[in-house]
Each structure stands twice: as structure tokens, then as C-alpha cells.
Design a protein around this ligand. Structure first.
Ligand SMILES: Cc1ncc(COP(=O)(O)O)c(C=O)c1O
Length: 388
């Protein structure tokens, strides 16, 4: 196979915006996306603003930057401007969202799945102290979550349905439509962990009529650490009162008013303390590239390249631990090879970027900047390392 060109693969035009890619085989965008070349300049600009404007830097864009950044990000999942607030990570974004929920019986259940990311499962555990009853929908064979099981777990006792769109371990895509529909019918809120989907698999918060969605930027969004986010449906937001709050969620924070808080009507309602301005500045570079590339095109390419990886896995006799059907397949292919930890370490030592997770084996993800010849090369390297 000849290396793809920008004629046969237009998304490769964005490759030059990621200067590190030629030094490695980068198959780790499900865990740490490549760094855009524009990040150092963005961070230098932030430092320059700090140096030259001092305290006035807040009015020179710092204060507005989290919302402006959230708007660029929100465009990737069809969120209305002003409906995304930026946070440190997904876990804190979900904590803020859940601090708005009343877990008084009889409507005190949180429905999640056994395959959600451990960080949020730990967070849900903590809600038991606030009266929540956690309903964890178990996986069927092969760690598959059946949407019908989630739908069946939702009823009038459900306060919130908090599930992943794409499961972190197997990269299974969950069909959110029937789940969101059932939640609405039962009067429950939805809170979607979209960390493994936004930037890789299309998400439309409006078409799905989702209440809340949280994610982070380290992976598919190529945004680096420190830039989690929370979307809240603007029709719902004014009715939510986060208990996890702070001075910058106040309508007029600089009045330093100590009487009961008056929450901001916009996205600042979900802020708390001082925002992580440099992390959001760095993350914005990746969001802008993804917005230009287009998530639909990214998804088409991902399906083509993961399909190619599955075919090569079959040809080389490598067991597959992730779904095969296109509609069920996220951006990552899991190869459940023996001694995945050792194979992974050996490949990492040779500049192949990937990772592994217990019970699914190696995880490898092409992204919009991946060439087809790299897909072929990484699969050969895995095959050879497994044989060794
Ligand atoms: C699906 C999913 N949710 C949550 C997280 C953790 O997010 P954070 O560390 O930003 O809280 C991850 C990270 O790997 C993930 O894959």
C-alpha cells in the first residue's frame, strides 16, 4: 500500500499542524492526543499578556477566555453558544453537575453502567452519603453494555442517568437515543460522559435532547491536561443550582457580596474559583483544528482505518477485544493479546505510542492525522512483538 496523500485522504492536510508525528507511530489519541504545533505560541501569548498587562490581563481576555473557549469546543457537539463551561477535568465537571441534583427518595437513583470510567464510579459512590442509590447496569458477555438493559433500569425513581457515550475500555459506542428518550419520559436528567466520543464520534446534544454532557481534552481533542468541560442545556441551566460553587459563579463576583449567592444566568453559573486560563488557551488550539477538519470526516476516516486494523488483526491471528460492527465501534481497537503489558512496554520503547488496559489488552487508536501506511506498520509491529 502506498502512503496516502492529501488527494486520497484530505484530512492528512492537517498533519503538518502536529509537528511531532513523524518521530513516532502515534496510536494513543484515545489517551493522549498529539500536541498541535500552535500550542507553544498560545502559551507564550498567555505569558506575554501576564507580563505586559499584569492585573489588567483579566480584562484583556482572561476572564472571557473560558466561555470563548467553551464556545469553540461546544460547536463540535452542536451546543448553543454560552452553554459550555470549562473545568479542570471531567471528574470535577461531573461533580458540579451532580451537585445540582436532589437525591431525596423516592427519586434518588443514579443509573450508570459497570463499564463507566472508574473515576466517575468513585464519584457516584460518594453520592450515597447524599441519599443516592446507585444502579450499575452490568455488562453482558465481552464487556458489552446493552442499551435495552440501561433503558430497563430507568424508572420514576431515577434522578439522573449518568453513562458514557463510548466506553473507555472496549470503545463500544452506546446508542444514546433510546436511553435519553426513556430518561425524559421517566422525568430523569441525563449526564453523558463524552470523553471518548467528542472529537472522534459525532455527538449532537440538541438532536439527542441531552440535559448535560461532560468531557475532557487530553485525548481526541488534542488539547492537553487541565481543560475539562460541562455542557448544560440552556433551557435547564437556570433551574439548576450547583452546591459545588464559588465566587466566580456569582452574578457580580466583584461586589464580593456575602449575602446568599445570586448565580450568574450564563455559563459562569457552573464555575467556582479562578479558571485555569493557560490550560484553556492551550486546549483551544486543538479544538480549532478539529472544528476545521470536521467530526463527520474524522469519523469516516476512523471507521475506514479501524476497519483496516481489524482485517489485519484477523490476518495476523491477533484476538480483538473491541466491537467489530461499525455502529458499535468507537475510535479505538483493542487487541487482547497475551502479555499485553510487556508487549506494550516493548513497543513504547521503540517509539510506538499505545497503551493497554486489564481484560481488553492493547489499545490502539488512529486519528485524523494518521496515514494508512502507519496503520499497516503498527499492526506489523504488534504482530512481531507478540510473536517475540
Ligand atoms: C470515558 C472516560 N471518562 C473519564 C475519564 C477521566 O477523566 P478526568 O481524568 O478528566 O476526570 C477518562 C479518562 O481516561 C475516560 O476515558
Amino acid at each position: 500500500m502506498n502512503p496516502a496523500t492529501t488527494t486520497t485522504d484530505p484530512l492528512l492536510a492537517y498533519r503538518e499542524e502536529f509537528p511531532g508525528l513523524d518521530q513516532q507511530l502515534h496510536f494513543a489519541s484515545h489517551t493522549l492526543g498529539a500536541m498541535p504545533g500552535g500550542v507553544p505560541a498560545m502559551l507564550a501569548r498567555y505569558a506575554e499578556e501576564w507580563r505586559t498587562h499584569g492585573i489588567r490581563a483579566w480584562e484583556h481576555g482572561w476572564f472571557a477566555s473560558p466561555t470563548a473557549t467553551g464556545d469553540v469546543l461546544g460547536s463540535l457537539f452542536h451546543a448553543e453558544p454560552g452553554s459550555v463551561s470549562m473545568h479542570e477535568n471531567l471528574t470535577s465537571a461531573e461533580a458540579i453537575a451532580l451537585s445540582c441534583v436532589d437525591f431525596t427518595a423516592p427519586r434518588n437513583r443514579l443509573v450508570c453502567t459497570a463499564e463507566d470510567f472508574p473515576s466517575v464510579l468513585y464519584l457516584y459512590e460518594g453520592l450515597v452519603r447524599r441519599g443516592a442509590e446507585i444502579v450499575r447496569v452490568p455488562a453482558r458477555q465481552g464487556r458489552t453494555i446493552d442499551e435495552a438493559d440501561v433503558v430497563a433500569a430507568i424508572d420514576e425513581r431515577t434522578a439522573v442517568v449518568a453513562i458514557s457515550h463510548v466506553l473507555f475500555r472496549t470503545s463500544q459506542v452506546l446508542d444514546l437515543a433510546p436511553i435519553a428518550r426513556r430518561a425524559r419520559e421517566a422525568g430523569a436528567l441525563t449526564l453523558i460522559d463524552a470523553y471518548q466520543s467528542v472529537g472522534s464520534v459525532p455527538v449532537d446534544v440538541r438532536a439527542l435532547d441531552l440535559d448535560m454532557l461532560a468531557g475532557g481534552s487530553v485525548k481526541w481533542l488534542c488539547g492537553g491536561p487541565g481543560a475539562g468541560y460541562l455542557y448544560v442545556d440552556p433551557r435547564l441551566a437556570p433551574r439548576l443550582r450547583p452546591a459545588l460553587t464559588g465566587w466566580l459563579a456569582h452574578e457580580r463576583p466583584f461586589e464580593f457580596d456575602t449575602s446568599p449567592t445570586r448565580l450568574d444566568p450564563g455559563p459562569r453559573r457552573f464555575w467556582n474559583g479562578t479558571p485555569a486560563v493557560p490550560a484553556f488557551a492551550a486546549a483551544r488550539v486543538g479544538y480549532e483544528i478539529l472544528a476545521r477538519a470536521g467530526v463527520a470526516a474524522i469519523r469516516d476516516k476512523s471507521l475506514r482505518q479501524t476497519g483496516r486494523m481489524l482485517a489485519l488483526a484477523d490476518e495476523y491471528g491477533l484476538p480483538v477485544g473491541s466491537p467489530r460492527e461499525a455502529a458499535r465501534r468507537g475510535g479505538t481497537v483493542a487487541l487482547d493479546v497475551p502479555n499485553a503489558d510487556r508487549v506494550c512496554a516493548a513497543l513504547l520503547a521503540r517509539e510506538v505510542l499505545l497503551d493497554h488496559r486489564p481484560s481488553v489488552g492493547l489499545r490502539l487508536a488512529p486519528h485524523f492525522y494518521t496515514r494508512d501506511d502507519e496503520v499497516d506498520e503498527v499492526m506489523k509491529r504488534v504482530r512481531d512483538e507478540v510473536r517475540r
